[in-house]
Design a protein around this ligand. Structure first.
Ligand code: ATP
Ligand code: MG
Length: 397
């Protein structure tokens, strides 16, 4: 391909797959390609890695973002391929180290060669020495450190020679849509976007549901959730946010159930609605941001009760994480700053003063049934609205 830039993409867990490796690789290619639109690109495969050739009209930032947000990618790097001739290789290496990690011209490095083509006249060690020489010629203050280098220049001799420098980290995991589909309960908090990210990392495609209680929660609370959906959308390969008006349900629960059980009743109602919408969208699991004992509704007894309200498997990827760990992920993926904006979510406003911490499942289930809330839930589902986000994170009109 003319006027193009080559990127090397390293695959992690996918390379360990057996007979179904093809299935995972195909999906990974599709997922990356979805983010390179509208630019020309082509992919080729070599053991454990993909080579993407992308038109140089594609802004570098877009290409880098495509790799850094696509699960299944463990590392990626700009790469140069050239003729298998040591002089040509050295000329290209000199160009490569003018940008990327070597550009600063300082620190320690090594060169690492893999010689898949055993016909090549120089040994790996000899190639390493030649490339080390290229680096030291360009940056005389750099030092070789074979054991703990700060940066590495790699050379692979295969069908052609490939040169690249220390890969940037990808998000790892498995490509989205290789593990079915689920519904993420997305609130405006810190936890649920991280939960969605975590499940996407295991290949789960997800749509999102937000329960909105206007006018008790402001339009800005909804905007905040939409912002969070747009931030995680690239990781989810695009997503749809279902906005469910929940005020009538909340008010009904407040009138018709014991105060200390309100939160549990809200959660049961959310589960019912999430199940119905998930089923309609051909999802088979529900994802929440709950963590054991974080609040009253997240004790074993409370979660046992909410589980019993769900036909579909409830996935709680954060259940064993502490808040600091969750916050660290939120900061890394860029949701934290939005999550801490102050607009309250509906649960805060309708929270009982003394919520039941260790509910008796039989008794709360009975109270839930007594409320006869089904038709209100159906109305909530029918009047729900959707907002779509592309794999680039942009809202689609
Ligand atoms: P988060 O930080 O994700 O808001 P939280 O610690 O505030 O979680 P809760 O408010 O008890 O905990 O909510 C637990 C989980 O229930 C959330 O992680 C989310 O998955 C779901 N949830 C709570 N409120 C809503 C809502 N208004 N709309 C959609 N999902 C919700
Ligand atoms: Mg919350």
């Amino acid at each position: 391909m003319k006027n193009s830039i080559l990127y090397l993409v390293k695959l992690g867990e996918i390379s360990l797959k057996g007979l179904n490796r093809d299935f995972f690789e195909k999906r990974l290619k599709m997922n990356i390609k979805a983010k390179l639109k509208p630019y020309r690109n082509s992919v080729s495969k070599q053991k454990g890695r993909l080579y993407f050739e992308i038109s140089n009209e594609c802004p570098e930032e877009q290409a880098l973002r495509a790799f850094s947000t696509t699960f299944g990618v463990v590392g990626f790097s700009k790469c140069i391929s050239c003729e298998k001739d040591i002089e040509v290789i050295k000329r290209h290496a000199a160009l490569l180290i003018q940008e990327g990690p070597f550009a600063s011209g300082t620190g320690t490095f090594k060169s690492e060669t893999r010689r898949a083509d055993k016909q090549f006249p120089l040994s790996s060690y000899e190639i390493d020495c030649e490339l080390g020489g290229v680096v030291l010629d360009a940056y005389p203050t750099m030092k070789v450190n074979a054991k703990y280098p700060e940066k590495t220049i790699y050379c692979e001799i295969r069908d052609k020679a490939y040169l690249y420098t220390s890969p940037l980290p990808g998000p790892g995991g498995l490509p989205v849509s290789t593990a079915g589909k689920g519904m993420l309960l997305l609130s405006g908090g810190i936890d649920s976007p991280v939960a969605g990210y975590r499940m996407a990392q295991r290949g789960l495609k997800q749509e999102c549901i937000y329960f909105h209680a206007a006018p008790y929660t402001s339009e800005r609370a909804l905007e905040k959730v939409a912002k969070l959906a747009s931030i995680i959308a690239p990781y989810l390969q695009g997503t749809r946010l279902h906005v469910v008006g929940f005020t009538p349900v909340q008010l009904w629960i407040r009138e018709h159930s014991p105060e200390d059980e309100h939160t549990l009743m809200f959660r049961a109602a959310m589960m019912k609605v999430a199940n119905a919408i998930s089923l309609m969208q051909e999802g088979t699991a529900i994802v929440t941001g709950e963590a054991l004992s974080q609040v009253a509704s997240q004790t074993l007894e409370s979660m046992t009760f909410t589980d019993s309200m769900s036909e579909q498997l409830v996935l709680r990827p954060l259940v064993g994480m502490d808040k600091q760990e969750i916050m660290d992920v939120a900061k890394r993926i860029g949701t934290y700053e939005t999550s801490i904006l102050p607009y309250e979510d509906c649960c805060v406003i309708f929270s009982p003063r003394h919520p039941l911490v260790h509910p008796n499942k039989k008794s709360v289930t009975h109270h839930f049934e007594l409320m006869e809330i089904e038709s209100l839930l159906e109305q909530a589902i029918e009047s729900s609205e959707t907002i779509d986000f592309g794999p680039d994170g942009r809202r689609r009109e």
